[in-house]
Every structure is written in C-alpha cells, then in structure tokens.
Design a protein around this ligand. Structure first.
Ligand SMILES: CCCCC/C=C\C/C=C\C=C\CC(=O)SCCNC(=O)CCNC(=O)[C@H](O)C(C)(C)COP(=O)(O)OP(=O)(O)OC[C@H]1O[C@@H](n2cnc3c(N)ncnc32)[C@H](O)[C@@H]1OP(=O)(O)O
Length: 288
C-alpha cells in the first residue's frame, strides 16, 4: 500500500486524527519505511513498520528503525512507544533473507552490526515499549517483539524463533531476549525446534501477554500504555535497566566476535545451500 493510500484509510484517520496525520507526514519525509506518530499530549509514539511486502529487515530498513529510535530517545516529550506494522497480515517477516544469500562481506558485516544496534536500542529503550503484533512474526520479527516490555497479538497468526528450520542458529542475544520473556525451558523447546507458535500457543507460554481481534489491537496497546505511564519514569526505567543491562553488556562485550561468527557461518557453502532452498520454497509458496 502506498503512503497516500495509507493516509486515506478511514480507520487510521479516525484513530490518529488530523493533527497526528500531519506529524506522521512530516516525519515520513525522513523515512517512508518507518511511520511515526508521536502524540504530544500523551508522549506515546506509534511506530509503524512499512516496508512492503512483509517488513523484512534489510540494512537500510534497520538503519531507518535505528534512526527513529534515536530520535524518539532524544525527544524528552516521548515516554512510550507502540511498535506495529502497516501490513495487517505481517508484523515483520524477520531478517531479509536476500541480505544473507550470496552476500558481499562488507555489507553483510554492516547489516549484522546494524541489527545488533537495533536490538540494543530497542531492548534497552528508556521508553515503555509495547509490541502491537498485528500479523505473522517469525524470527527477527519475534526478536523485535521480545525486545518490547509488553506484547499484544492479534489472533490466528504465528510467532517464533524458527531459525533452526532454515538451517541457521539463533544468536545468543535472540535466545536471551526470548528467555527473558518465557524462561529457560520454553526457550529451549522453542529455539531448538524452531517452533512457529500460533497466537494462542504463544499466549499459553507467556510469549504474548494478550490475544485480541485485529480491530482493537492498537486501542488495547494504547490502553495498556496508559497503565505503564502511570509509573514514574525514573523508577520504571531503572528497574528495566537493572533487568536488561546484563544481556546488553553481554552482547557489547562480544560484539566483534558475534559479527565474525555470523559472517563465517552465513558464508559457509552448506548454509548458502540451505538458504537457497529456503528462498526457492518461499518463492514457490508465494506464487501459489
Ligand atoms: C555459531 C555462531 C552462530 C552465529 C549466528 C548465525 C546465524 C544467525 C543468522 C540469522 C538469523 C536470522 C533470523 C531471521 O530473521 S531469518 C528470516 C526468517 N523469516 C522467515 O522464515 C519468514 C519467511 N516468510 C514467511 O514465512 C511468509 O512470507 C510470511 C508468513 C512472513 C508472510 O506470508 P505471506 O503469504 O503474506 O507472504 P509471502 O507470499 O510468503 O511473501 C511475499 C514475498 O515476500 C518474500 N519474503 C517473505 N519473507 C521474506 C524474508 N524474510 N526475506 C526476504 N523476502 C521475504 C517472499 O519470498 C515473497 O516474495 P516474492 O516471491 O513475491 O518475490
């Protein structure tokens, strides 16, 4: 859907109002892939991922997400962030597989470093963060969701760290993010088996906090945010940072090693072959 079409959507207009559409327009001049609407009254920013067709995370999109997070973090009026998608079937399809297939090493390195930055920025955000998961959320999509403080997901979609199904290994910080939400045993099951869970299954293990219908997902996220923002920022932020800093410091200490592992792993012939098959199947499935 084009931006013009998006702005014309009656539901979006009703939800945001004229003033917000204006704000959204001015910020989209910087990136039409990440749409931001910061409500000056509440301090809540709704951030919509908008990279058709499926919000897969390539280098440029990740940079845009990172820049958006930086801007919101530097804006003192901003206290909360709701992360969602402009596609009402796919929250985020995870990493753009094309970044990892037959890659140039320099770009692959930059890609991974940028993903690390997005993770640290969102996972450690000073803002109260809520993922309004309005579509499928595999792998890197699930990672973004687990970076947030709270998850509300629309029924009948799927979510999970499915890397092993692609013949790749979820990096330790993906696993740490998941473990922080659902605990060791459920993470072990989910990650080793590369489980893609339905919304209901994810809710049973605590991977999502609320299951809702598509029409109410954003309103539910706004309502939930109100309760988070009743807590004094400094108390909430310090509590959050106390819990999240050990994982962030773990990645900081091993950043270069992690990039090296990723590049070495992805460029292996066997992994390239597995990715090639996976892409072929995706394309076949998309054509059906
Ligand atoms: C020891 C050291 C170890 C170090 C670490 C090593 C390795 C770690 C490495 C990597 C970690 C990776 C994490 C990831 O995120 S990998 C990506 C995983 N994502 C997926 O598997 C999702 C695949 N997609 C889907 O399942 C469906 O597309 C989806 C359910 C999301 C949506 O379905 P829908 O029916 O709406 O859309 P489609 O018709 O399937 O797709 C449309 C279009 O988009 C293309 N596409 C889909 N997903 C991706 C993607 N992730 N990247 C790039 N392109 C994607 C799809 O091929 C179609 O394209 P086209 O045929 O229309 O051109």
């Amino acid at each position: 859907m084009s931006l013009k079409q998006l702005f014309r959507q009656p539901m979006l207009r009703a939800m945001l109002g004229r003033q917000h559409i204006q704000a959204l327009r001015s910020m989209t001049t910087q990136s039409d892939k990440v749409l931001v609407d910061l409500d000056p009254k509440t301090g809540v920013a709704v951030v919509q991922m908008n990279r058709p067709p499926v919000n897969s995370l390539n280098l440029e999109f990740l940079s845009d997400i990172n820049n958006t997070l930086d801007k919101l973090h530097n804006d003192k009026s901003c206290r909360g962030l709701i992360l969602t998608s402009s596609n009402n079937k796919v929250f985020c399809a995870g990493l753009d597989i094309m970044e990892m297939y037959q890659p140039q090493t320099d770009r692959l390195t930059e890609f991974w470093k940028t993903l690390q930055n997005v993770w640290m920025n969102l996972y450690g955000s000073r803002l109260a963060t809520i993922a309004a998961i309005n579509g499928h959320s595999p792998a890197g999509g699930c990672l973004l969701a687990t970076c947030c403080d709270y998850r509300i997901m629309v029924q009948n979609f799927t979510i999970g760290l499915n890397e092993t199904q692609l013949g790749i290994i979820p990096p330790f910080w993906f696993v740490d993010s998941m473990e922080g939400v659902v605990g060791y045993r459920q993470t072990e099951l989910a990650c080793q088996k590369g489980l893609m869970m339905t919304t209901d299954q994810a809710s049973k293990i605590g991977l999502v906090d609320e299951v809702v219908t598509p029409e109410v997902v954003l309103q539910k996220a706004q309502n939930e945010m109100v309760s988070w923002l009743k807590i004094p920022d400094y108390a909430r932020q310090l509590t959050k940072s106390q819990m999240k800093m050990p994982n962030i410091n773990k990645l900081r200490a091993r950043r270069d090693e992690d990039v090296q592992h990723f590049v070495n792993f992805i460029t292996k012939d066997s992994v390239q072959q597995a990715l090639g098959f996976y892409i072929e199947n995706l394309k076949k499935k998309a054509k059906k």
